[in-house]
Design a protein around this ligand. Structure first.
Ligand SMILES: NC(=O)c1ccc[n+]([C@@H]2O[C@H](COP(=O)([O-])OP(=O)(O)OC[C@H]3O[C@@H](n4cnc5c(N)ncnc54)[C@H](O)[C@@H]3O)[C@@H](O)[C@H]2O)c1
Length: 432
C-alpha cells in the first residue's frame, strides 16, 4: 500500500499580535503551521503564552487554546521563519498625518534577522497607502543589502477582519494579494489558499493591492459621511433618516444602506483615508471628497452634544450641572476597543460645558465611573448612548422611566424610540 506523503509546512512568524495578527497566527497554527508570534508588548505575550486571549474576540476565545503559538518579544525568532506576516499598527498623528514608524521598525527588525538562503516570503497585512511597499519598505531591504526576488519575496495582503462580526472572521473573508514578482505572488496565493477558506484574488501589482484596502475603507467613510450629513439636514426638515434609509433599502439594486451615528471610530475608517489624502497630495492631487467626508464624520460628536443641549433646553435645564450618563466607551458594539472612539470627544465637550458626566461600559469596568448599568441610571438625569452594546440595546423604556431619566440622546439609533416617547421622556436619535 502506498503511504501518503505528508508535506512539512513552512514556519510562520507574525509580527504584531493585535486584532489582525493574533487571529491570523491562531488560524495558521490550526492549519498545521509552526507559528512564532512576535510582539513588543510583554503583557500580551504573557497572556498568549498562557493560551489566554488579550482581546475579547469570539474567534480567539474559541480557538486560542488549540493553537500552539510560540509567543515572544525576541525578534531573533525571525531567522527561523519561511513566511513573515507584518501586522503592526498604521495610525495617524495628532495632525492626521500617516505614521509609518511601526511598519518601518518592523521591516528594519526583519532585515537584522533575514535568512536570505531561505528566501523568506514577507507579507504586509497592515493597511498602507498605494506606494508604501515600493517607496518605503523595499528601500529598507535594499539599503540592508537584500534584493527582492533574489533574497526574499515581498507581498501585500491587506487584512479585512471586522472585530465583533459573528459571520465574517479570519477564516472566511476573501482576500486580495499583490506582489513584486510572479514567484512571490504564487507563494503568497499558496499560503493564503491553504489557511483561508475563501477566494484569494491576485492583483496585477502590489500598488493595486494597497489601493484596494484604502478604497474599501474610504468608501465606508464617504457613505457614512453622506448619511451623517443627511441626518443633520433631515433633522431640520423633520424627516426620520432611519425610516428613509429603510425605505431606500427596498430597492433591490444600486443602494447600500449606511447608518448615521454620533461618530466614526476604530483603527481603520477614520484613519485610512488620510493615508490616501496625504500620498495623493505629495503627487499633486487634492482629494476634496475624502477630506469633506472626514470633516463631516469628525463633526458628529459635537453635533451629538448639541442635541443633548437642545433637548435639555426643552425642559429648561442647562448642560452645566446636569448629571449625564454615558452608555458605552468603545467605538463599536460588543468589542473592547477604544481606538478613535467618539466617546472621549463627547465626554470632553460635555465636561467643557460643566456637565456632570458619569460613564459605564461593561467592556471597560476599570474606566467606568459606576459599577453597573443600574447605578448609572440611578445617578443620571439624562442619558447619552455612544455604543450599541447588546447590554444597552435591551434596556426597556420602563427602566428609563423607573430611574426618572428625562432626556435620552441615542447616538446609535438603537433604542426603542416609540416606547421611550410614550413614557414622556425626551428622545433624540441621530436624524431619528
Ligand atoms: N483592527 C481592525 O479591525 C483592522 C482591520 C483590518 C486591518 N487593520 C490594519 O491592521 C493593522 C494592525 O491593526 P490591529 O488592529 O491589529 O492593531 P493592534 O494595535 O491591535 O495590534 C498591533 C500589535 O503590534 C504590536 N507592535 C507594534 N509595533 C511592533 C513591532 N515593531 N514589533 C512587534 N510588535 C509590534 C503592538 O504591540 C500590538 O500588539 C493596521 O494597519 C490596521 O489598519 C486593522
Amino acid at each position: 500500500m502506498k503511504m501518503k506523503k505528508i508535506m512539512k509546512k513552512e514556519k510562520v512568524a507574525v509580527i504584531g499580535l493585535g486584532y489582525v495578527g493574533l487571529p491570523l497566527a491562531v488560524q495558521a497554527s490550526l492549519k498545521g503551521y509552526e507559528v512564532y508570534g512576535l510582539d513588543n508588548d510583554k503583557q500580551k505575550i504573557k497572556k498568549i503564552k498562557k493560551n489566554q486571549s488579550p482581546i475579547q474576540e469570539k474567534f480567539l476565545i474559541k480557538n486560542i487554546h488549540q493553537a500552539k503559538i510560540k509567543a515572544t518579544c525576541r525578534s531573533s525568532v525571525l531567522k527561523k521563519a519561511d513566511i513573515i506576516l507584518i501586522c503592526v499598527p498604521t495610525p495617524v498623528d495628532k495632525n492626521f498625518y500617516p505614521d509609518l514608524k511601526p511598519v518601518r521598525k518592523a521591516v528594519e527588525t526583519i532585515t537584522h534577522h533575514l535568512n536570505s538562503k531561505n528566501k523568506p516570503l514577507i507579507v504586509i497585512e497592515s493597511t498602507i497607502n498605494p506606494g508604501v511597499s515600493e517607496e518605503v519598505v523595499e528601500p529598507i531591504f535594499r539599503e540592508a543589502g537584500y534584493k527582492v526576488g533574489r533574497d526574499y519575496e515581498l507581498s501585500h495582503c491587506p487584512e479585512r477582519i471586522n472585530p465583533g462580526d459573528s459571520r465574517w472572521n479570519v477564516t472566511n473573508i476573501n482576500r486580495v494579494v499583490g506582489s513584486f514578482t510572479k514567484r512571490g505572488l504564487q507563494k503568497t496565493l499558496n499560503f493564503y489558499k491553504d489557511i483561508i477558506d475563501a477566494e484569494i484574488y491576485p492583483m496585477k501589482s502590489i500598488r493595486e493591492a494597497e489601493a484596494v484596502k484604502i478604497i474599501e475603507n474610504s468608501f465606508r467613510d464617504i457613505n457614512i459621511a453622506f448619511v451623517n450629513e443627511l441626518a443633520k439636514s433631515f433633522d431640520k426638515l423633520n424627516i426620520d433618516i432611519v425610516d428613509v434609509i429603510q425605505g431606500a433599502s427596498t430597492k433591490p439594486f444600486a443602494f447600500m444602506p449606511h447608518w448615521p451615528s454620533c461618530g466614526v471610530g476604530g483603527h481603520c475608517i477614520p484613519v485610512d483615508p488620510y493615508y490616501l489624502i496625504e500620498r495623493a497630495k505629495q503627487a499633486g492631487f487634492n482629494h476634496k471628497f475624502l477630506k469633506t467626508a472626514r470633516e463631516i464624520n469628525n463633526s458628529m460628536p459635537e453635533y451629538t452634544v448639541e442635541l443633548m443641549q437642545n433637548s435639555l433646553n426643552e425642559i429648561k435645564k442647562p448642560l452645566n450641572g446636569t448629571k449625564i450618563g454615558i452608555l458605552g466607551l468603545s467605538y463599536k458594539a460588543n468589542v473592547d476597543d477604544l481606538r478613535e472612539t467618539p466617546a472621549f470627544k463627547i465626554i470632553d465637550l460635555l465636561k467643557k460645558q460643566k456637565a456632570k458626566v458619569l460613564t459605564f461600559d461593561p467592556y471597560f469596568p476599570q474606566l467606568s465611573d459606576v459599577k453597573n448599568l443600574k447605578e448609572l441610571l440611578r445617578k443620571s438625569e439624562a442619558i447619552l448612548l455612544v455604543t450599541d452594546h447588546k447590554e444597552f440595546k435591551s434596556i426597556e423604556a420602563k427602566d428609563f422611566q423607573r430611574y426618572k431619566i428625562k432626556v435620552i440622546i441615542d447616538g446609535k439609533n438603537c433604542l426603542n424610540k416609540e416606547e421611550i416617547k410614550r413614557k414622556k421622556i425626551i428622545y433624540k436619535g441621530i436624524g431619528h
